[in-house]
Ligand binder design. Structure first.
Ligand code: ZN
Length: 387
């Protein structure tokens, strides 16, 4: 669907509410949008994958429990933090541009900065449990950028000014180096000395800040801008306006939005508000593949691991309670698995393992039917080797 017809669709039938615009990019031309955004190569081994930390319950549903640190931020602290974030965003010259919507819902993401493997997983998980889980958007790749990588390119930097930010909004980020800049260490920004929430200490607050800021900046990356800029924002809140006024209002003014500096909860503690969720669904559609969906994928195995019963695989909030884990070249970053236990499935599962081992050794294409059990994981029901 073209941006024009999408705009028309949005204008019909919706209270216009969330403001979309593009920050100015005098020197940047919007890049052409390429559907083949996922150019990152899959991990050949499991070495850089998240450590398998078994969870007693084995459930792979995304954790929706609020971060403990979020609730302990006082209103006063939150206001100060919002001010600092606002300053960080002021590097963006703002020009209204309603063409910032992405034309596709699958958007590549890559890292221009090496290292920080844990923090990168935190960001990926934070984006997965928010914008991805609540809409048709899929952010794929998450590998090291190639020189010509498309999609959202993230640089990790820790300087006092600017803080975390996007250079432009939405689809204008496509392929732009340093399009998004995130801070993981908070030594020079967000460390408490420049009157902000102390994101650097203790460790759980550092993760809280990384998560919450990532969800906010990805809001910009899908073309959202700040609620305080809206013409219907309360007068006291409009003082917090920053950046160009957007040209589309999709939902009513939302004090709880993660895009609202006036929100008494700093960055809404990293969670989307009800109206944030409504907005992203109006912009990009519903998530048609929620947890529990029966799905199928095809591709070649890039990874095959068999391990002891009960060891499991994946981070706590996206855990696979399985003994056989595979990854496919077509879905880098997503893992599929099944159990290998003494039960009535034992022989069927051993048969699947034999098929997968052959496919891995011979580089055959396979089709895998699976149940979506987590944001990046699935439990395999059937395996077919393709001709
Ligand atoms: Zn912002």
């Amino acid at each position: 669907m073209s941006a024009t017809s999408r705009l028309r669709g949005l204008l019909i039938g919706a209270f216009l509410l969330v403001i979309l615009s593009s920050f100015a990019a005098c020197t940047f031309q919007p890049a052409t949008i390429d559907e083949s955004t996922s150019t990152a190569t899959p991990e050949p081994t499991g070495t850089s994958l998240p450590a398998a930390t078994p969870e007693p319950t084995g459930t792979s549903l995304p954790a929706a429990t609020p971060e403990p640190i979020g609730t302990s931020l006082s209103v006063a602290t939150a206001t100060v933090a919002a001010f600092v974030t606002r300053q960080a965003d002021e590097v963006n010259e703002a020009v209204a541009d309603s063409s910032a919507l992405w034309d596709q819902t699958t958007i590549g993401v890559c890292w221009d900065t090496p290292g920080f493997e844990n923090e990168k997983i935190w960001v990926q998980d934070a984006v997965a449990r928010t914008w991805m889980q609540e809409s048709a958007l899929e952010f794929v790749g998450w590998q090291q950028c190639e020189p010509d990588s498309d999609g959202i390119r993230i640089t990790v930097a820790d300087v006092a000014d600017p803080g975390p930010h996007v250079a432009v909004l939405g689809a204008h980020l496509d392929g732009l180096e340093e399009g998004m800049v995130l801070n993981f260490t908070f030594d020079n920004w967000g460390n408490g000395e420049n009157n902000t929430v102390d994101c650097g200490f203790p460790e759980d607050r550092r993760k809280f800040c990384i998560d919450a800021i990532a969800v906010h900046e990805f809001g910009h990356a899908i073309a959202l801008t700040h609620e305080a800029n809206r013409p219907d924002a309360p007068e006291w809140c409009r003082d917090m306006a920053q950046g160009t006024n957007g040209d589309w209002l999709i939902t009513p003014f939302d004090l709880d939005s993660i895009m609202n500096y006036c929100n008494p909860v700093w960055s809404n503690a990293g969670f989307l508000s009800e109206l944030d969720i409504q907005a992203v669904r109006l912009m990009y559609g519903e998530n048609n593949f929620p947890i529990g969906s029966l799905l199928a994928v095809e591709g070649r195995l890039t990874f095959l691991r068999v391990h002891d019963v009960g060891t499991g695989y994946g981070p706590n909030n996206d855990f696979l309670d399985v003994e056989v884990v595979i990854q496919l070249d077509t879905y880098p970053g997503k893992s599929f698995g099944f159990q290998l236990r003494t039960d009535d499935q034992e022989y069927a599962h051993k048969g699947m393992l034999d098929l997968l081992r052959d496919a891995f050794n011979e580089d055959y294409r396979v089709r895998v039917d699976y149940v979506q059990t987590g944001l990046r994981n699935g439990e395999i029901l059937r395996v077919l080797v393709l001709p």
